[in-house]
Design a binder for this molecule. Sequence first.
Ligand SMILES: Cc1cc2nc3c(=O)[nH]c(=O)nc-3n(C[C@H](O)[C@H](O)[C@H](O)COP(=O)(O)OP(=O)(O)OC[C@H]3O[C@@H](n4cnc5c(N)ncnc54)[C@H](O)[C@@H]3O)c2cc1C
Length: 376
Amino acid sequence: MKINIVGGGPAGLYFAILMKKADPTREINVFERNAPDATFGWGVVFSDKTLVYVYDSDEPTYHGIVENFQTWDNVDVVHRGEKITIRGNKFTGIARLRLLNILQARCAELDIHPQYGVDIADPASLADADLLVGADGINSLVRTRYAEHFRPDVDARPNRYIWFGTEQLFHGLTLTFRESDAGVFAAHSYKFSPEYSTFIVECDPETWQQAGFAERSDDDARAYLERVFADDLGGHPLLSNNSKWIRFQLVKNGHWHHDNVVLLGDALHTAHFSIGSGTKLALEDAIALAKSFDGAPSVHEALVRFETDRRPIVEALQDAAQVSMEWFEHARDSMHQTPLELAYALMTRSGRIDHEKLRRRDPDFIAAYEQAAAGA
Ligand SMILES: Cc1cc2nc3c(=O)[nH]c(=O)nc-3n(C[C@H](O)[C@H](O)[C@H](O)COP(=O)(O)OP(=O)(O)OC[C@H]3O[C@@H](n4cnc5c(N)ncnc54)[C@H](O)[C@@H]3O)c2cc1C
């Protein structure tokens, strides 16, 4: 069986690993436009600590991640300068580049040798295989090339965000709100290595306009945000990695496969970064697609099985992520709340955690919230 994969991100590499592991006679080609040590962004967070799905599908990858990750169990919400901590929320953070290096090393062990620095201009040129996988990320060319079949829906959301690193260490998933003359800024930050944290700033279009970001250079924008979050950054600068303001793109597809072509990871779907699930989804997609080939009588049957089994799970997560995304799009409407009220609203925003679940996770937080509500 010959498999061509466009994209050497988490989805493409993990799918290659699992397919080769299941049958070493498979010919697997991965094409990646970047160098193996080039990556965008800083760290990624997994919204759980167990990573049981990685353990079950490939133990060496699991051990590689566990040796390199940071874990925590608190969400911190900072509002009006006051920090509220909510415990019992397990997360794992790892440098995106470290994760890629772990997957690359695992590929080498299995005799898979991705071709780096190869920018695929026309994915159709790779379709003469048993399977062509579009694991080429949010701006997927494979998706665009076969758009009439995949019927993609790409929705550029109104908020702007920008992704930085910093040496200020945030021990826990920290959501910081700062109000200024321009409007409201929200920062999503967490430590992903002993040295660095990710620091993503998000704001609504009114705030963005009011702050004059259209006219500011990238460096000027960074300096502006360092002033907005001065009390949170503890004197550390924001570190740019070609950081630019962008709008989140919500991706869905009417069909997940066409002939022998299938989409995977961000090419197939996105979920707002506020629920920290993009990489997890990419790895789980790879697991689900690889599994669908177990005993499948044909590639077509495997692809049908993949979509049938996986689509409901992805759509449920996208629904939860949608609510979370919209909450951040309207964050300014919540700024009148006390820090405790805001923390409670944030924890329950996507509907996946209710009052009782929160009580089980952090009884002290709920007791404080109930006491404040009773006294209000
Ligand atoms: C601001 C922000 C914060 C995020 N934070 C988190 C987080 O905390 N936790 C989390 O889990 N996820 C997070 N994500 C999402 C996460 O980055 C993605 O979901 C994940 O990387 C998807 O993996 P992928 O393999 O599908 O795509 P990608 O990682 O995008 O990989 C696609 C690869 O394909 C390559 N490629 C594209 N086109 C071509 C071509 N024509 N030829 C050759 N190669 C090509 C690209 O170079 C890239 O390496 C965040 C996303 C954003 C935008």
